[in-house]
Design a protein around this ligand. Structure first.
Ligand code: F6R
Length: 265
């Protein structure tokens, strides 16, 4: 696991964009499908802004990209501005020219969410390996919407949000916690582990405790982010605030200073 501690959230966005771009390049060299796993929420926004800039100013192409979302709220009507399908369209995929038919998410408006979860898992596995899966982390250690207690080998399914997560996400719903759906469809932790490269980004003091628990605590369903410890290729990108409780912070800074020039992401 590589932990990249950087001064500012903008620096984090740049490195996350580098990692996504590197994953696309790797897939293209292999002739493999350019499948990206995308997260929503605040954490990836600066990386998305940087990718949009590279697309506009440097010609970075997403024409062959197939994008799969991590999760979706259950019960928001299609087109709701806070449904993750809409968020990703607004924040990234329209701006970089990914055909909407190539942007996939669990169908939170389906009459049968359980069947929608199974269908999504199958579609994701059929699309080929996700070359880079972007992740954020919740204040309670969740990744995707795998709340504490989630099986470490779970697949896409329906989960019930904790009240803490609903309160954290109320900011996207005009601070009305009652407007935040109770249920979600989320890739499982086992689903996430199948991606080739996991890139977790976290910024701000409120992420310091979950980042330390996930990276340096025991592997446990009580901290779903700790599942990253099982994966062979993980990059964790944090600003100084989110990395402030890492016992190994000095080593991570040292390793970054001495990162082999040809190591890449
Ligand atoms: C979003 C997702 C969640 C968020 C997490 C952090 O697709 O899967 O795990 O990454 O809740 O949210 P932010 O980034 O808003 O702090």
């Amino acid at each position: 696991m590589e932990v990249v501690l950087l001064p500012t959230p903008t620096d984090c966005g740049r490195v996350v964009a580098d990692a996504l771009q590197a994953g696309l390049a790797r897939a293209r060299v292999r002739g493999a499908p350019a499948v990206l796993g995308l997260a929503t929420g605040s954490s990836p926004l600066l990386a998305y802004r940087e990718l949009v800039r590279r697309h506009a100013e440097e010609g970075l192409s997403f024409a062959d990209v197939e994008a799969f979302l991590l999760d979706e709220y259950v019960g928001l009507p299609a087109g709701h501005p806070e449904s993750y399908r809409e968020v990703i369209r607004r924040e990234l995929t329209d701006a970089v020219g990914i055909d909407p038919a190539r942007v996939h998410g669990p169908d939170g408006a389906a009459p049968d969410p359980l069947a929608a979860a199974l269908a999504y898992e199958e579609r994701l596995q059929a699309a080929g390996p996700v070359v880079v899966q972007l992740l954020g982390i919740g204040t309670n250690g969740h990744v995707g919407f795998n709340e504490p207690g989630s099986s470490l080998s779970s697949r896409t399914r329906v989960k019930t949000l904790t009240e803490q997560t609903r309160a954290d996400n109320a900011r996207f719903f005009a601070d009305d916690v009652d407007a935040v759906p109770r249920h979600v469809l989320t890739q499982g932790l086992g689903t996430i582990l199948r991606a080739e490269h996991l890139v977790l980004v976290a910024t701000g003091e409120q992420k310091a405790a979950p980042v330390a628990a996930a990276l340096e605590g025991p592997l446990t369903a009580s901290v779903p982010g700790s599942v990253l410890q099982l994966h062979p290729h993980v990059t964790v990108v944090v600003d100084e605030a989110a990395g402030s409780r890492l016992a190994l912070a000095d080593h991570h800074r040292h390793a970054l200073t001495h990162k082999p020039a040809d190591q890449g992401w």
